[in-house]
Design a protein around this ligand. Structure first.
Ligand code: OSB
Ligand code: MG
Length: 370
């Protein structure tokens, strides 16, 4: 694709239900979208940075400035034979992986459309259906959480993940297990614990969890390796895996037994594929994480989840769990069996609703000439 211009925009979308983690509550998303214009097509990418730098250092405004000042100028006017040429070009900019991923992922979509193949095939995927789990935030009461779990299980979801933090953990897990002794259950702490909490974290072992996600520091694997030796529950790393080298280091250290791959967190599809391959070489399963994406990022997660080592249900779930109306058509839907049928059409297989996006846009800037 020859990139003639790039549009960077911010949209606002209220969540159907608030989403709360150990680092805070979100009621409305602010989301950056990137559109690459060229070869007569528009290719869309989503930046998964949050409204604040509480999950990782990137956030909407930092991504905006990085895209505007450095990343867009690097790619506007360039011709790409494949999307894989993008990361080396952007490598001069350190970090800012979510901002980079928005551009690179859009290029993968453009490549798929131009080659007339589905994105999942271009990525090397094989699965025609992907297994879905849900991530359920901290609620105002345990009763409210149990009700939510009941709804999601009835909808067919195959794994329940609950957010935990000190004061909302063991008692909550006890209640869940009391009611559902056998469901696939995991928890995600988003770095809410410290090594002083090891004795407390050992108590999680009695719940037969599939995994405990990112219990300690967001940028650590050394202490996670120590913790993993002291608990039976498999640790899954999310925040601290930034690229394939991190995955290799974490696995060699024994810092986790499962890895969550978020394509934005690792800087785009090329690196996500590398992380996938590193984990496969260690026989460590991966699953696809989510960042409360719109249908644009969600469609990318669907495609990525078709790779062979995505062996556990991910956090990729139906559009309607998040949005009253999604910005893709059809919306991402989940079957009664808790699966997403992966589209067969070229590109993502989900049409971007450009007119609707215009109405949600709060700021927009075009780089290059359209
Ligand atoms: O840690 O996986 C996480 C959402 C925002 C930031 C971090 C995380 C999450 C989720 C939600 O767990 C996953 C989703 O449903 O998109
Ligand atoms: Mg997580």
């Amino acid at each position: 694709m020859k990139i003639e211009a790039i549009t960077v925009r911010e949209i606002r979308m209220p969540l159907v239900h608030f989403f709360e983690t150990s680092f805070g509550r979100t009621t409305e998303r602010a989301i950056l979208l990137v559109t690459l214009h060229g070869d007569g097509l528009n290719a869309w990418g989503e930046c998964v940075a949050g409204e604040n730098p509480f999950y990782s250092s990137e956030w909407v405004d930092s991504a905006w400035v990085t895209l505007a000042k450095f990343l867009a100028p690097l790619v506007v006017g360039r011709e790409f034979a494949t999307a894989r040429e993008c990361p080396p070009l952007l490598a001069q900019v350190k970090g800012h992986r979510m901002a980079k991923a928005a551009i690179e992922n859009a290029l993968w979509v453009a490549e798929a459309v131009e080659k007339n193949v589905p994105l999942w095939k271009l990525l090397g995927g094989t699965r025609r259906q992907i297994e879905c789990g849900v991530s359920i935030g901290i609620q105002d009461s345990v009763e409210q959480l149990l009700e939510k779990i009941e709804t999601e299980l009835a909808a067919g979801y195959r794994r329940i993940k609950v957010k935990v933090k000190p004061g909302w953990d063991v008692k909550v897990l006890e209640r869940i297990r009391g009611r559902w002794p056998d469901i696939l259950l995991s928890c995600d702490a988003n770095s809410a614990y410290r090594m002083d909490d090891v004795e407390h974290l050992k108590r999680f072992d009695e719940f037969g969890l599939l995994m405990m996600e990112q219990p300690l520091w967001n940028d650590d694997f050394f202490l996670h390796a120590r913790l993993q030796k002291q608990i039976k529950t498999a640790i899954c790393l999310d925040e601290s895996i930034r690229h394939a080298r991190d995955a290799e280091a974490a696995l060699q250290l024994g810092a986790c037994r499962i890895v969550n791959i978020k394509v934005g967190r690792v800087g785009g599809f090329s690196e996500a594929l590398r992380v996938h391959d590193v984990c496969r070489s260690h026989d460590v399963p991966v699953w696809c994480g989510g960042m409360l994406e719109t249908g644009i990022g969600r469609a990318h997660n669907v495609a990525l989840s078709t790779l062979e080592n995505f062996r556990l249900p991910g956090d990729v779930s139906a559009s309607k769990r998040y949005w009253k109306e999604d910005i893709v058509e059809p919306e991402v839907e989940v079957t009664r069996e808790g699966m997403i049928n992966v589209p067969d059409a070229a590109g993502t297989g989900y049409r971007v609703r450009e007119e609707l996006i215009e109405t949600l846009t709060v700021r927009k800037e075009v780089f290059g000439r359209r």
